[in-house]
Design a protein. Structure first.
Length: 556
């Protein structure tokens, strides 16, 4: 398709379009395409459409009624209609080499007030400036002409432009005049024009304090080319007042005034009041940079935690120090990097076996200590034994917030001598304990004369029993209680144990007596060792003390 044919297609009004109210309900109305008052932006500007009502969501409820010669108009309480001459909007020339300027004229013959010219361009990248280059139309003036820049193109390219002029009629009602689209053809082989010179350059303010921010205000002597003009700023003393990396002003295409960014940053510490020259250049041929003096007053602004270091004593830039600390459970250096906040990684600090030596076929209780305590969700600790005579669970779960857990090592009988097994626990790091397994001694039955206590039925040491018949009092065994977890005490009945969280206590009780251990923590505890709650929280745990041993309470 040639450019001329494409331009004709671009000017051909669409046969149907959609016009609804703000609730999406189709309107029954005659509207002017491109009207903002009646939300007819999907209709071709400058043409009349007849619209029908219907249920919400109906599409294409409007049909082309008339193609206006130059434009159409409508207002509040005024029927939409085609307008006569003069043409409300012209572009000259309609054929231009990209990179050259074009002139646009907007005309409003009607009596008007509070007029706004809304310029619509479908290729703002090729013809920029719709928001900055369109002047106002005074109440006593019916026409205004203004230029726009165009971009260089590689091939002939059509650009569609039209105006929607909003104004108040003599009765004070809102009205619109909407032009037919004008098709501008941009042709190749153009060259970008050089950047215009700077007409004015000012600093705002002209004096800033230490750590202060400065702005620049720049106006070009002529509108910028389509690609815009990047203003280059430099400082004669960057150590006192530096140019912010992303603060270089930019004049957009067809505009003359630069956007006003934060451009200059004063140093946090300025020992003495200093004048710094700030220069601006548009790159215009033959123009030296424009320069303005900036006064930076003496002072020092300490670094704040919001923009300073994360942890550890650090110079604040003014002779002092600051320590911002860490949030969210992190600690300074907790992640393993000095001077940085991080979360400490729990790891196994020790493993112990009790007893450390057993006769083959017996058991030993292992205790694992984790530092810091297990994280949310708990810690799965891997266990291993390097001896076939000692078996341990593959892993145990230490509950969240706990730092001690126990497990049972089971041994196998050996024929003679002893073997040593290394029991390892791993969670991020590993620790090892040694368990000795010995052979059972040759058995010689115990006689009554050799008994320390000769009452009741007594094992003879070789799998049998003997009864010596003499009365005697009960023997004693030692109970050790290790309290872990959140808090609270563990007490015994009968009395003898009263231990707080994080500590252990031992007491002597009559062998064969029934002992009840109770946690004061309202959430209960997980009991293990001589008394077990099978991994479930329980307020108390009752057992019969047959021999010396330990109980671990992990309070929840």
């Amino acid at each position: 398709m040639s450019v001329t044919a494409a331009a004709l297609v671009a000017q051909s009004p669409v046969p149907t379009c959609t016009v609804t109210n703000i609730r999406g309900v189709p309107l029954q109305e005659t509207v002017c395409g491109g009207s903002a008052l009646f939300n007819s932006l999907s209709c071709t500007p400058g043409s009349l459409y007849t619209c029908k009502s219907g249920p919400a969501g109906t599409k294409n409820n409007c049909t082309l009624a008339q193609v206006c010669a130059t434009s159409c108009s409508q207002g509040v309480g005024v029927q939409a209609a085609c307008s006569g001459t003069p043409a409300p909007f012209t572009v000259s020339p309609l054929n231009a080499v990209g990179g050259n300027e074009i002139n646009l004229t907007s005309t409003l013959a009607a009596t008007h007030a509070n007029t706004i010219i809304n310029l619509n361009i479908d290729r703002g990248d090729l013809v920029p400036g719709a928001s900055c280059a369109v002047p106002a139309l005074p109440d006593n003036q019916n026409s205004v002409t203004f230029p726009l820049s165009t971009a260089v193109v590689n091939s002939a390219t059509p650009v569609r432009l039209y105006t929607e002029v909003s104004y108040n009629d003599p009765a004070g009602h809102s009205a619109e005049l909407i032009s037919k689209p004008q098709i501008l053809t941009l042709n190749p082989d153009g060259t970008p024009p050089p950047p215009p010179t700077i007409a004015s350059f000012a600093l705002d303010p002209t004096s800033i304090a230490a750590a202060g921010i400065g702005f620049t205000r720049i106006t070009l002597a002529h509108m910028a080319p389509a690609a815009g003009v990047q203003i280059a700023l430099t400082s004669s003393n960057p150590a006192v007042a530096s140019i912010i990396a992303n603060g270089q002003p930019m004049v957009l295409g067809s505009c003359t005034v630069a956007q006003v960014p934060e451009s200059i940053q004063a140093a946090n510490s300025v020992p003495a009041t200093t004048v710094v020259n700030i220069s601006a250049s548009s790159g215009a041929p033959g123009q030296a940079p424009r320069t303005q003096p900036l006064t930076v007053t003496a002072g020092c602004v300490p670094i704040s935690c919001s923009g300073g270091p994360s942890c550890g004593p650090t110079p604040d830039g003014c002779g002092g120090t600051l320590n911002c600390g860490c949030n969210f459970g992190e600690s300074c250096g907790g992640g393993g990097v000095a001077g940085q906040c991080g979360t400490p990684t729990p790891s196994v600090s020790s493993v112990t076996m009790n007893p450390a030596s057993v006769v083959g076929g017996g058991t030993s209780t292992g205790t694992i200590t984790l530092n810091p305590p297990a994280p949310f969700g708990g810690a799965t600790i891997a266990l291993s034994s390097d001896s076939s005579f000692v078996s341990v669970p593959a892993s145990i779960l230490m509950s969240s917030g706990s730092n001690v857990a126990t497990f049972t090592a089971t041994t196998t009988a050996i024929q003679a001598g002893s073997v040593s097994a290394n029991i390892s626990a791993t969670y991020n790091t590993s620790a090892t304990a040694t368990l000795n397994v010995t052979a059972a001694p040759a058995c010689a039955p115990t006689s009554c004369s050799a008994q320390a206590k000769t009452c009741g039925t007594t094992p003879d040491g070789c799998g049998g029993t003997l009864t010596c018949g003499a009365p005697c009092g009960p023997s004693n065994s030692t109970l050790t209680v290790v309290a872990n977890g959140k808090g609270g005490d563990v007490s015994s009945s009968p009395a003898g144990i009263q231990v707080s969280s994080g500590k252990s206590q031992s007491a002597s009780f009559a062998t064969g007596s029934s002992i009840t251990l109770t946690s004061s923590d309202g959430h209960g505890a997980i009991w293990a060792g001589l008394c077990s709650s099978n991994g479930q929280p329980a307020q108390s745990c009752t057992f019969t003390l047959q021999a010396s041993g330990s109980v671990t309470s992990t309070q929840q």
